[in-house]
Design a binder for this molecule. Structure first.
Ligand SMILES: Nc1ncnc2c1ncn2[C@@H]1O[C@H](COP(=O)(O)OP(=O)(O)OP(=O)(O)O)[C@@H](O)[C@H]1O
Length: 476
């Protein structure tokens, strides 16, 4: 979409979605959980070598967020951590890892606020700091990572556990709602959880805070900004030792949050990016102009065949839309899964695990999964509803960026397709494009074959581990 003021060729009728329930809340009720996470075992289907060549090319380009001048060895990490990183298949650090790690590892420990594009390896950056600093001889919580959803908390726990697999005696635990483990005691070195459970568990002394030395907020802008979450995070921090190292990471830090972030993490080293630096080149951003709201469903079905070929996520605004869409698609014989905050924890775990393993290919969800979820096989993201602020009227550029960032992870390619169906949704998407100074390409609905070819081409390239540059070369 061009960044100039534009209106759709044919003025679409007004009348957005009928049921406008409040924006999805990512946090469920606060109960305790120690469920083991599943690893992100989503390997691409192409030969390893192909991906490596592509990634190596990108890591040579100083303007690429995956670029690094250094190796992991030069970052002064412990031997067992280097082994862990190797075991994860990481060869070289990304830009954020290279820049953040020396600052994070400094002594005395210094707070940090760090921003880097989606899918560029922020998790490994803060996890390496945690694993470098904990004392294995003390079996008490020393680091706490908080994330906005149980799915993200479980994922981060999986990364830390994987990375620390050669640290003998390391114990990691999740602090997320679990009705089966109400009186859980947290005897672990590292905890990863959601703020509500963290707060309750500290209050009832299930978490010993005496040895705690690092607090990480992942998706920090969301954690500090969102009503409820912000309050809980502040409470948690107030119950931890005063001199704790506070680390805030996100792909986005809107201006109105950064001030609060600086108070939350005083005297922090700050690594930030400009709006226009945030979009990922590997994600092809498309939009489709639909005549009316009621045609959205039929349009979605046209993409079903493509969605099934790789893993895809369909984002909707409300839980109700998610449920309705799932019912309708399943009734018509399509295989789809659905995850929203309306489901209980065990059900959510089952569904996200099925999606990670590739058992479920098409996932309908709300903003609950907009942030952080890393499933490398996701090649297509559909914004069935344009992301908006809680008022349903104003565009939400940050959420747009996070949603589309579920594809195009660490140098991979992907497609993000946004549906617009009336003047309001058109304006919202236009506002988003302007905010990031990016162009979205229209999908030509008069030529479905061409659309299919375009998307198929990207999916095939994603499977072959091709980068955007290579694709551009192929098309010329
Ligand atoms: N140095 C590296 N080499 C190769 N792969 C890496 C490296 N660092 C991270 N990755 C992989 O990149 C993917 C994205 O990493 P991660 O989930 O940490 O991204 P992120 O920056 O936190 O993104 P988001 O903003 O969406 O949360 C993961 O699959 C991770 O395993």
């Amino acid at each position: 979409m061009s960044s100039t003021e534009a209106t759709p060729a044919a003025a679409p009728p007004k009348g957005p979605e009928t049921s406008k329930a409040p924006e999805e809340q990512s946090l469920a009720t606060a109960q305790v959980d120690g469920a083991a996470p599943t690893q992100n075992g989503s390997a691409l289907q192409e030969p390893e070598a192909d991906v490596e060549v592509t990634l190596a090319d990108m890591q040579q380009d100083p303007n690429n967020p995956l670029f690094s001048a250094k190796s992991f060895e030069e970052l002064n990490l412990k031997e067992e951590l280097l082994k862990g990183i190797k075991n994860m298949g990481f060869r070289k650090p990304s830009k954020i890892q290279e820049k953040a790690l020396p600052l994070l590892l400094m002594n005395p420990p210094t707070n940090m606020i760090a921003q880097s594009q989606s899918g560029t390896g922020k998790t490994a950056a803060f996890s390496l700091n945690i694993l470098s600093r904990i004392d294995l001889s003390i079996l008490a919580p020393q680091a706490f990572v908080l994330a906005p959803s149980r799915e993200l908390a479980r994922q981060i726990l999986g990364v830390i556990t994987h990375m620390g697999q050669f640290m003998e005696g390391l114990v990691t635990m999740a602090a997320i709602p679990d009705t089966t483990k109400r009186n859980q005691k947290y005897d672990a070195h590292v905890l990863v959880g959601t703020p509500g459970t963290a707060m309750d568990s500290i209050r009832r002394r299930a978490i010993d805070t005496k040895h705690m030395k690092i607090l990480v907020l992942d998706e920090a802008d969301n954690m500090l900004d969102q009503q409820g979450l912000g309050e809980q995070c502040t409470r948690v921090k107030s119950m931890l030792p005063r001199n704790i190292q506070t680390v805030l990471f996100s792909a986005t830090f809107p201006v109105h949050v950064i001030e609060y972030a600086r108070m939350f993490a005083p005297s922090a080293n700050v690594l930030t990016l400009k709006h226009e630096e945030l979009t990922i080149e590997g994600i092809k951003q498309l939009y489709i102009d639909i005549d009316k709201d009621t045609d959205k469903y039929a349009t979605l079905l046209k993409f079903y065949g493509l969605m099934e070929q790789a893993s895809s996520i369909i984002f909707v605004r409300t839980r109700q839309t998610a449920e309705q869409l799932e019912k309708r698609m399943v009734a018509e014989g399509h295989k789809v899964a659905q995850l929203s905050g309306a489901l209980d924890g065990a059900e959510r775990d089952r569904i996200i695990d099925q999606f990670r393993s590739g058992q479920a290919k098409v996932l309908i969800t709300t903003n609950v999964l907009a942030r952080g979820i890393d499933v490398q096989t996701v090649t297509m993201v559909i914004n069935y509803d344009v992301p908006t602020m809680a008022n349903g009227r104003d565009a939400d550029p940050e959420t747009y960026l996070h949603r589309i960032g579920r594809t195009g992870r660490f140098g991979r390619v992907g497609v993000a397709l946004t549906f617009v169906h009336d003047q309001q949704s058109w304006k919202q998407l236009n506002d988003i494009a302007q905010y990031f100074k990016t162009e979205l390409e229209p999908v030509d609905t008069n030529d479905w074959d061409a659309v299919e070819e375009l998307i198929k081409g990207i999916i095939t390239s994603a499977r072959a581990g091709k980068s955007t540059e290579e694709m551009a070369r192929m098309h010329h």
